[in-house]
Design a protein around this ligand. Structure first.
Ligand code: NI
Length: 167
């Protein structure tokens, strides 16, 4: 297993759309393992392949406290969404920024697991937020795009300054 570098907003590669996975092989399993390791090490509760510059529809999530409930969503699709909730979100690609975003309160998602088996899952609360946030990544969307233009440009400037200082 290996930790993968995470793209940082406003890297243009974060705007790329991921393509569906068609082959469920050892390669995919190793991508999933590496993404999980990267997410746990960060630490974070969700990671989309887009964030590690792999533009395939793969998401890993673990919202548990003990990091023992890894959930894998391949080619995820939200098939039902109900209600609204506001939750403060963060993102491993937008370090240090936490902002409130409006999301559906309850969702039903259909996806495949790492072996290609299709499942549907009903989610609410934090897990529902996390799934919606990660599916956005696969569509090339970062959560800051829900914020006002002013906030977005402030966040951009802040992160670009951070990156200059690190370089
Ligand atoms: Ni994110």
């Amino acid at each position: 297993m290996a930790r993968l570098p995470i793209l940082r907003f406003p890297d243009p590669r974060l705007y790329q759309k991921a393509v569906p996975v068609t082959v469920f092989d050892a390669d995919l399993r190793s991508l999933i393992a590496n993404m999980a390791e990267t997410m746990y090490a960060a630490p974070g509760i969700g990671l989309a392949a887009t964030q590690v510059n792999v533009h395939r529809q793969v998401i890993v999530i673990d919202t548990s406290e003990d990091h023992k409930r890894l959930q894998v969503f391949i080619n995820p699709e939200i098939i039902e969404s109900v209600g609204t909730q506001f939750c403060e979100e963060g993102c491993l690609s937008v370090p240090g920024i936490y902002e409130e975003v409006e999301r559906a309160e309850q969702i039903k998602v259909r996806a495949a697991d790492g072996e290609g088996r299709i499942f549907t899952l009903a989610a609410e609360g934090l897990l529902a937020v996390c799934i919606q946030h990660e599916i956005d990544h696969l569509k090339g969307k970062v959560f800051v795009e829900y914020l006002s233009r002013l906030k977005q440009s402030r966040i951009k400037a802040k992160l670009q300054k951070q990156q200059r200082e690190m370089a």
